[in-house]
Ligand binder design. Structure first.
Ligand code: CP3
Length: 340
């Protein structure tokens, strides 16, 4: 069995499970070696490469779950939108989606036809991973909509939030289409063998609770409840969402991911007791070195306390300058300190 699935299924795990968001990627020399030979798109579209980079952090860190190497824009690219991931910038779409006519550019996803490499990779990974669970994932409707409406990463999401307030038909049309696309993509990942899913609403924290409830929650709920029958843990995560944690649980999550800005014991009070938690180590503390990372790990373990349903993680993705040895030391430390 898996400590990750135990913790998320009401069983007492042998130790607290650990994995890291963006655990695959530029912090690892073995990832940079592959990227020296292949573009990011090539890695995502070639199952042998996807499998290799997904396994790299499992070998290096001894984490308790793997996460499929892919991107939140992959299923959007798969239905024909030319979103390009620019190095050091992020997803870019030269002709953004802003009108009712633009909505027709987003057709429904036929997973196995449109993105066969994703599901082939999952099947290969499940074979290779044995008892280590594989997490599937997707971007949430709001976070994807922000990239498609802005046309590029945005700090304030001002164009997105203006459209949200002034163009109800475009907003509903776009978020509904994205919700269905994402639900279809997540379902297909589970059918192919993923043991859990994470919905990344990375930029939801830019919304007030009232706006989140009105304009975003209904579409994220549509995604999460579409998976009700699948019986896999659904993790719901965003950055800067301290004021939204209760609403993100209410959207239909089994696990709420918490960034580092909220003390974990405060986050716990905002999340219903039957919903598990994940997070919330500051990703910069592991960049600072082993001593501060282990001190912060102990502090966090104290705040989590005796509950069995916390998944240890960073509060956002691994930063490229992170020393992999520090992450490996954090994993060992959590395993030892929480062993039962
Ligand atoms: O290890 C893992 O977590 C799995 C792989 C994964 C990637 N992206 C790989 C990737 C996951 C889960 C994501 C999700 C993702 N992608 C999110 C949500 C998570 C979050 O960080 O909030 C977002 C917002 C994106 C969009 C995106 N894709 C950005 C902002 C970037 C970085 C651009 C850059 O060069 O800084 C990407 C590219 C990307 N996706 C990289 C990786 C490892 C870097 C690619 C490279 O140059 O090798």
């Amino acid at each position: 069995m898996s400590v990750f699935l135990d913790a998320l299924s009401g069983r007492e795990p042998a130790h607290m499970p650990v994995w890291f968001m963006r655990q695959a990627g530029r912090a690892l020399a073995e990832y940079r070696e592959i990227r020296a030979e292949h573009s990011f798109d090539e890695v995502v579209h070639t199952p042998d490469l996807t499998v290799e980079v997904t396994l790299q952090p499992v070998r290096r860190y001894g984490v308790d779950a793997a996460i499929l190497f892919s991107d939140i824009v992959t299923p959007v690219q798969a239905v024909g939108l030319p979103v390009e991931i620019r190095k050091g910038i992020g997803p870019v779409l030269d002709q953004p989606i802003r009108t009712v006519e633009d909505l027709d550019r987003l057709r429904p996803l036929e997973p196995e036809q449109d993105a066969p490499y994703v599901f082939e990779s999952i099947r290969l990974l499940v074979d290779e991973l044995g008892d280590t669970p594989l997490i599937g994932f997707a971007g949430a409707p709001f976070t994807l909509a922000s990239y498609l409406i802005e046309g590029q990463p945005s700090r304030d999401h001002a164009i997105t939030k203006a459209l949200m307030r002034t163009e109800p038909l475009v907003w509903d049309g776009l978020l509904s289409r994205l919700a269905d696309l994402v639900a279809t993509h997540l379902r297909a990942q589970v059918v192919a063998g993923a043991s859990a899913v994470q919905l990344f609403d990375s930029w939801a924290g830019t919304l007030s609770p009232a706006d989140y409830r009105t304009f975003v929650l209904p579409y994220s709920r549509r995604v999460l409840t579409a998976l009700d029958d699948l019986d896999v843990p659904r993790i719901h995560f965003g950055v800067g969402t301290g004021e939204l944690l209760g609403l993100m649980a209410a959207a239909g999550a089994d696990v709420v991911g918490v960034d580092w800005r909220v003390p974990m014991e405060v986050a716990r009070e905002r999340i219903p007791l039957d919903v598990a938690t994940q997070g919330n180590l500051d990703p910069t503390v592991v960049v600072a070195g082993a001593a501060p990372a282990l001190a912060a790990t102990d502090d966090l373990l104290g705040r989590i306390g005796p509950r069995h349903d916390h998944v240890f993680n960073l509060g956002h993705g691994v930063l490229p300058p992170t020393d992999p040895g520090v992450l490996a030391a954090v994993v060992d430390h959590v395993h030892e300190a929480t062993a039962r």
